[in-house]
Design a binder for this molecule. Structure first.
Ligand code: AKG
Ligand code: FE2
Length: 231
């Protein structure tokens, strides 16, 4: 990711039980966009346009999330939560033995907020109790995920565990997600002081973003990492 853009597949290949049936183009779009020439020409215009639109939507959503916590509209924005953005474009080819693996394993997104667009093939599921519920494709609709950095809300918002089953259809599945993260890598994050009181003590410790990401990548993609940060 040195140039801000990379093709990848299975970052946890040597830790996981089966390879996920997926390839990914990922691009860091904020705080600084990658060098124009490094973005594949075939989708350059589209990726930059999508980032701009998702950024605008992210700002609206972040304002609503702040207000939902009883905070000023710009509280999360001022913490730089819109600034570090990663866009992924996933390609899930037809899998001839879909019962043997998945497209993407169970996880919750590591950031504050995710704006996701899936195509008509389907396969995205979210965990509700012990059950997996289909997130049925709906033309023109976006899926908005709360990420693990909801820890700053002191559990007022909860990240959602999700996965994508292996694609059993004869045509590829495509999705794209923009993850919003804070950009201040040296700052401490944890439950916001306004959300901590004697009645509601901090559920999580303070941590820096590198500490959080180290934990996220320390194991195979499977379930949530936030328990590690519990007080
Ligand atoms: O492809 C999808 O619908 C979901 C992708 C996803 O969960 C992710 O990139 O974190
Ligand atoms: Fe995800």
């Amino acid at each position: 990711m040195g140039k801000g853009i990379a093709f990848s597949t299975n970052f946890d290949l040597f830790q996981s039980k089966a390879a996920s049936w997926r390839d990914t183009l990922q691009m860091r779009t904020g705080p600084a966009p990658p060098h124009f020439d490094h973005i594949p020409e075939i989708c350059r215009k589209e990726l930059l346009e999508w980032d701009e639109q998702a950024h605008r939507l992210g700002e609206t959503l972040m304002g609503l999330l702040s207000e939902g916590l009883g905070l000023e509209k710009d509280r999360l924005k001022e913490m730089s939560c819109l600034d570090a953005r990663l866009m992924v474009a996933h390609y899930y080819p037809y899998c001839p033995e879909p019962e043997r693996t998945v497209g993407i394993k169970s996880h919750s997104d590591p950031g504050v907020l995710t704006v996701l667009l899936q195509d008509q093939i389907g396969g995205l599921q979210l965990k509700h109790g012990e059950d997996w519920i289909d997130v049925k494709p709906c033309s023109g609709a976006l899926v908005i995920n709360i990420g693990d950095l909801q820890m700053i809300s002191n559990d007022e918002y909860k990240s959602v565990e999700h996965r994508v089953v292996a694609n059993s259809f004869r045509e590829p599945r495509v999705s794209t997600a923009v993850f919003f993260n804070p950009s201040k890598r040296e700052d401490n994050y944890g439950p916001l002081p306004e959300l901590v009181s004697a009645d509601k003590p901090a559920v999580y410790k303070q941590f820096t973003l590198p500490e959080f990401m180290r934990q996220f990548f320390s194991k195979e993609l499977d379930g949530k990492v936030i328990d590690y940060f519990k007080v």
